[in-house]
Design a protein around this ligand. Structure first.
Ligand SMILES: [Zn+2]
Length: 107
């Protein structure tokens, strides 16, 4: 197998079976050029993996923030009680309005 073929295999290293990987690894032991190519490919794969992990973490952070905002809003909603006096006033003014309406309309 020549260097060009080996380098094609290196580019697909993740998809190679055990036998093919062994072949590549044996070759790069004795071939400087392919060894360099192998290292560069490996570095590239690691960079790509880190980018993917970083992207996944970013999505997770957004989800957590959205959840925290929702939880806060829900807590506020559940613990919110209008001031008793204000509530009382509101009812009284509603009753006054009803009485005024009855007086005006005669019903
Ligand atoms: Zn080679």
């Amino acid at each position: 197998m020549n260097c060009r073929e080996i380098q094609e295999k290196i580019a697909l290293f993740e998809e190679l079976d055990e036998k093919e990987r062994k072949l590549v690894l044996e070759h790069i032991k004795v071939c400087e050029e392919c060894r360099r190519f192998y290292r560069e490919e490996k570095k590239l794969r690691e960079t790509l993996r880190m980018v993917r992990v970083e992207r996944k973490l970013r999505v997770r952070r957004v989800a957590i923030t959205a959840f925290a905002v929702m939880a806060t809003l829900l807590t506020l909603l559940l613990t919110f009680k209008p001031h008793k006096a204000q509530f009382h006033e509101l009812i009284i003014s509603e009753q006054k309005n009803a009485v005024v309406k009855v007086l005006i309309n005669g019903r």
